[in-house]
Design a protein around this ligand. Structure first.
Ligand code: IMP
Ligand code: MG
Length: 334
């Protein structure tokens, strides 16, 4: 199963992946997506973690954790998060991952175009991907500190799928930030749709059985670019849905659920299931609930409208920060 973001990132993928890992017990959780520009929030070990490289599925201790060759790595952040999560014995980093160097970070942070106009995260991802395209990038296999983690991720994933084992592919960013399908030039430095997430870890399209597309009950966007359903700051404050970025700490722009963007996202990602997150933040009385029947009528009507318009079942609904605050409808709907 691939877990992909449906809007502009920060849909709550981290928490949902933690839930799926704990309940479905995958043999492998493999991180896909751009790189450490993403911050996946997960509450684990009694702490709030904003993971940028290690898969959030680390919360299930039985899973091997992999970072696919398509993902950019910043060795410093990898090592810091290994320590934070205590996962050094089960992490694998693909030899071919592109390494982000300090020069890339400096370029990203000092460029008037990238930092100023586009509003990048300043984590060096764009310049590192440019280095890869120019075929001058350093690879993970050249970094001594990463030596003990190096592996062949596509081979490991392929072998697991050959044994019919469950593999969870953890996407990052969101559909609207795709270099190909998003709001160019206000996008990240790579495609972020499910097809590329599969390629990031080396899985062919015929091997993917499920694409779980994650939408937040409202939309947020950090950085510049078009945002058709954006609301004024006061409205977000009134609704109590103000947010700040995990990586950059920037205040996120907030808007209403965008049905048109969601439809296109469903189509291009080939979604087979939908998760709606942060329902508790939009609908009073839904906090922490674990059964659909207990939801207030307005929350149910919202979920039904999403299913009606997108024509894909909403199988998971997140009602709080804890990985267990989930309404899981998979056994009823699939
Ligand atoms: P970059 O990926 O750092 O080059 O930034 C390009 C755009 O993508 C900026 O608008 C960033 O705010 C946005 N972006 C990149 N990664 C994420 C993410 O994980 N969540 C939300 N926005 C992101
Ligand atoms: Mg995030």
């Amino acid at each position: 199963m691939i877990v992909a973001g449906g809007f502009w990132g920060d849909e709550g993928k981290g928490k949902i992946i933690a839930y799926l890992a704990l309940h479905d017990k995958p043999k492998i959780v493999a991180r896909a997506g751009v790189g450490p520009n993403a911050g996946h929030t997960v509450y684990a070990r009694g702490k709030k973690l904003g993971l940028r490289q290690i898969p959030c599925g680390f919360t299930y201790e039985g899973a091997r954790l992999l970072i696919g060759p398509g993902v950019l790595v910043n060795p410093e952040i990898v090592l810091k998060e290994v320590e934070l999560t205590g996962t050094g014995d089960r992490l694998g980093v693909d030899r071919r991952c592109t390494v982000i160097e300090s020069l890339h970070i400096e370029q990203d942070r000092t460029s008037a175009h990238l930092k100023g106009k586009i509003g990048t995260t300043g984590t060096g991802c764009g310049p590192a991907n440019v280095a890869r395209v120019n075929r001058v990038a350093k690879l993970a296999e050249e970094i001594p500190e990463l030596e003990r983690f190096l592996t062949d991720v596509p081979q490991e994933v392929g072998d697991a799928l050959g044994r019919d084992e469950l593999v969870l592919i953890e996407g990052s960013q969101g559909f609207g930030l795709s270099l190909i399908h998003g709001t160019y030039p206000y996008v990240t430095s790579k495609d972020t749709s499910a097809s590329t997430l599969a390629a990031d870890v080396g899985v062919g399209p015929t091997k993917i059985d499920d694409v779980m597309l994650v939408f937040k009950a409202y939309v947020s966007r950090v950085g510049e670019g078009p945002f058709p359903t954006e609301m004024v700051v006061e409205e977000a404050e009134r609704l109590g849905i103000v947010e700040y970025g995990t990586v950059t700490g920037r205040r996120r722009r907030i808007g209403a659920f965008d049905f048109e963007l969601a439809k296109r996202s469903v189509m291009i990602n080939g979604a087979t299931q939908i998760t709606i997150t942060c329902l508790d933040r939009l609908f009073k009385g839904s906090s922490g609930l674990r059964s659909y029947g207990q939801l207030p009528a307005d929350a149910k009507a919202f979920i039904e409208r999403i299913e009606g318009e997108l024509k894909v079942p909403v199988t998971l609904i997140s009602t709080g920060k804890d990985p267990e605050n989930v309404i899981d409808l998979r056994s009823e709907k699939l």
